[in-house]
Write a protein that binds this ligand. Structure first.
Ligand code: IPE
Ligand code: IPE
Ligand code: MG
Length: 234
């Protein structure tokens, strides 16, 4: 039997928390809490499988358009998770990094993010890239500014600008995403990792994120194994 291929870098658009809760007659925030539990389960599972990188979309730059109550709840949930609920994640050698803009995140949120990043920096298992206040367009704008500064300070010449330099100046220097999963049935990217997804395989499921457990993740990996990736060749 052929060996099962694992994507090196998995992307997950964790969508459908609100609908999961609403359909049960519960407040949307219950869905976010349940989604956070599913994320912890999946991080441990991906680490056990030997996946090297996972980028998970936790909060988009556009999500600030939601009601203040929901935004506040999510911010407090992030603080609680990073401060108190990631023990098992850390014990399992998972490293946490973040992608996104700092502004306008509160000091409390930033402190919790910096804390967990620091605590996990020597871990050598799965790199869990939490995309928080993340937008692909802002990332491209911020990368362009960083490269322009390098040019202005005579640290690079125009000829040095290539795909590698661009990748290195994104929020994190990670390999391309091989496999993108979006839960909840929406067929769109919603401003997620446009540059990194250039050759990714896409997987859409109607399952809402809180119900997207390890067994469903494994089904997605089976599907990935049936894909014929060509990267433009023949
Ligand atoms: C994803 O679930 C979580 C975040 C965007 C923070 P949603 O909150 O978008 O849930 P739906 O899509 O409204 O069901
Ligand atoms: C994308 O989901 C962002 C996250 C999952 C964090 P949204 O629910 O915000 O996306 P749209 O509004 O359906 O495009
Ligand atoms: Mg949604």
């Amino acid at each position: 039997m052929e060996e099962r291929k694992l994507p090196t870098h998995v992307g997950i658009i964790m969508d459908g928390n609100g609908r999961w809760a609403t359909e049960k007659g519960r407040p949307r925030t219950d869905g976010h809490r349940e989604g956070a539990n599913t994320l912890k389960e999946l991080a441990l599972h991906m680490n056990d499988l030997g996946i090297k990188y996972a980028s998970v979309y936790a909060f988009s730059t556009e999500n600030f358009k939601r009601t203040k109550t929901e935004v506040d709840f999510l911010m407090n949930l992030f603080i609680e998770m990073f401060n108190n609920e990631f023990d098992q994640i850390l014990k399992n050698n998972i490293r946490i990094v973040f992608s996104g803009r700092e502004k306008p995140l509160s000091d409390k949120v930033l402190k919790a993010m910096r804390g967990i990043e620091e605590e996990s920096k020597d871990n050598t298992g799965l790199v869990l890239n939490v995309c928080l206040n993340y937008g692909s367009r802002s990332e491209i704008v911020d990368m362009t500014k960083k490269i322009s500064e390098l040019y202005k300070d005579n640290k690079i010449s125009l000829d040095d600008i290539d795909e590698e330099l661009i990748r290195k100046n994104l929020y994190n220097d990670l390999p391309d995403v091989d496999f993108l999963i979006r839960t909840s049935g929406e067929l769109r990217l919603s401003n997620f990792m446009l540059y990194q997804l250039s050759y990714a395989e896409f997987y859409f499921t109607r399952t809402y994120f809180p119900d997207f457990h390890s067994d469903e993740f494994d089904k997605a990996i089976d599907d990935f194994n049936d894909r014929n990736r060509r990267f433009g060749g023949n």
